[in-house]
Ligand binder design. Structure first.
Ligand SMILES: Cc1ncc(COP(=O)(O)O)c(C=O)c1O
Length: 458
């Protein structure tokens, strides 16, 4: 196997050399291509958001090589950040450095490189703990991502604590990852999965939520940000209310962590989960935060190496938290990448980034509002920069295909959140999801392409 020369990425930028094996990359595209003329120019509201927020998206764009490639002959506009985010060269280099200079298994080895790999792994855990405001690195369990973290909680805490007649409250806007594991658990334990209804704007109906809570409620599982509607439910208030009934609260942070700072203790989360790949880190790595006493009380999930204290054929004893929940060899390079991603993101003024994204969202809502027949789903106040939409006369899959022809990547389909689309009577929609490296020019390209599409079907 050829180890990529990480220095090749060093020079990568708007005008840098191509990384090896990337034929699709444009030699030197401008980082922000001039928008193609718009049939209906965007109103003056299009003042570049960075002017007022103090955050310049170019500082982030410069670091992300893939944003400078072309797709179908057009400079790429990546608006599929809700599915996965692109990686800064700091993360790419961390992986290259790990494999070219530091690859080793951890914990078990008595040699220098095993010690170094262990240090990287545990530094990653400490970085995640700081990033989430956790009590200690011991409260962080590495998982493959959000889905695995939720399944871990369902299979350990859930199996030990949910019984017949108990209730698990889940808002209708949840991702399937935060529905199906609870459904499986409820079926096994003869408990009930209770959907919390939404309001017309995509908010979680707080009156209904308060009415559904009872002493039967053992768990509230809620997203801190919806991947389809962008809704940011009042999780702190919901957690406080749930705790009055003795219920535990699991917060799905998959879509939140890249957009605004998180403090799990301030939120009152008993569990908090996220995926690295939605946070500019590699795929296959994510984390579960658990309140100390909860993790301590939970039985292990998967059995195997790394999670034991002593093993005999008469029985086994288990390692302390968090290792008890990390059976087998972990995704060590993934942790190195996650550490680099957290360093990269927290190197920006995160409040300024959040303000910038809000302005970009407002700009995008106005720009898409100019497209006849376009309907945006979800308008809850404070939503993250996610625009799920339909366009009259066009199937969402065709919208995504036609945008792709213009080099614009959006997702189409049910977004693994069928109940939230059905709230609007839909089975499918297109989604543009923005990140800190997106610009008003990206939004202009999207709006122009949609306008042209609209004119073609009219
Ligand atoms: C809100 C939410 N939860 C959970 C997930 C599942 O994440 P993963 O597939 O990384 O486990 C996603 C992915 O889109 C998501 O948006």
């Amino acid at each position: 196997m050829t180890i990529p020369d990480v220095r090749a990425y060093d020079a990568l930028g708007a005008t840098g050399p191509l990384p090896p094996g990337s034929p699709a990359l444009a030699p030197s595209p401008a980082p922000n291509p001039a928008p193609t003329p718009s049939p209906a120019p965007v109103p003056p509201a299009s003042t570049p958001p960075r002017a007022s927020t103090g955050f310049d998206p170019e500082t982030a764009r410069r670091d992300v090589p893939v944003l400078h490639r072309t797709v179908n002959g057009q400079p790429l506009v990546w608006l599929d950040n809700g599915a996965t985010t692109q990686k800064p060269r700091q993360v790419i280099e961390a992986l290259g450095t790990y494999y070219s200079a530091a690859n080793s298994n951890i914990h078990r080895g008595a040699h220098t490189m095993a010690r170094e790999a262990t240090e990287t792994y545990e530094a990653g855990r400490a970085a995640v703990a700081r990033f989430l405001g956790a009590e200690s690195p011991d409260n962080i369990v590495f998982t493959r991502g959000t889905t695995e973290a939720i399944n871990l909680v369902a299979q350990t805490w859930g199996r030990a604590n949910i019984g017949p007649g108990d209730e698990i409250l889940v808002p209708r806007l949840e991702h399937h990852s935060n529905i199906v594991p609870w459904q499986q658990l409820a079926k096994e334990k003869r408990a009930r999965l209770v959907p919390v209804p939404l309001l017309a704007d995509g908010s979680v109906d707080q009156d209904a939520f308060a009415g559904l809570l009872s002493f039967r409620t053992q768990l509230v599982a809620v997203s801190q940000a919806s991947n389809v509607l962008g809704t940011v439910p009042p999780v702190k208030e919901m957690a406080a209310l749930a705790h009055r009934y003795g219920a535990k609260v699991l917060v799905d942070g998959a879509q939140a962590v890249a957009h605004f700072p998180v403090d799990v203790r301030d939120l009152g989360a008993d569990f908090y989960v996220f995926s690295g790949h939605k946070l500019f880190a590699p795929t296959g790595i994510g984390a579960l935060y658990g309140r100390p006493e909860l993790l301590e009380s939970m039985p292990p999930w998967q059995g195997g190496g790394n999670m034991i204290d002593q093993v005999d054929f008469t029985g086994s004893t288990f390692a302390p938290v968090p290792h008890r929940f990390e059976a087998g060899t972990g995704h060590i390079s993934g942790v190195a990448g996650l550490l680099a991603a957290i360093d990269w993101l927290t190197g920006f003024d995160r409040e300024a980034v959040a303000a910038y994204e809000q302005e970009l969202l407002a700009y995008a809502e106005r720009a898409l509002g100019e497209v006849p027949g376009l309907r945006i789903l979800g308008s809850a106040p404070g939503k993250i920069a996610v625009l799920t939409f339909t366009l009259a006369g066009l199937d969402p899959a065709d919208i995504a295909r036609l945008l792709d022809r213009d080099g614009i990547a959006v997702r189409a389909g049910h977004h693994c959140a069928q109940p939230s689309l059905r709230h609007y009577g839909l089975e499918s929609a297109a989604r543009a999801s923005l990140a800190l490296y997106n610009t008003p020019q990206d939004v202009d390209r999207l709006a122009d392409s949609l306008l042209r599409m609209r004119q073609d079907v009219a």
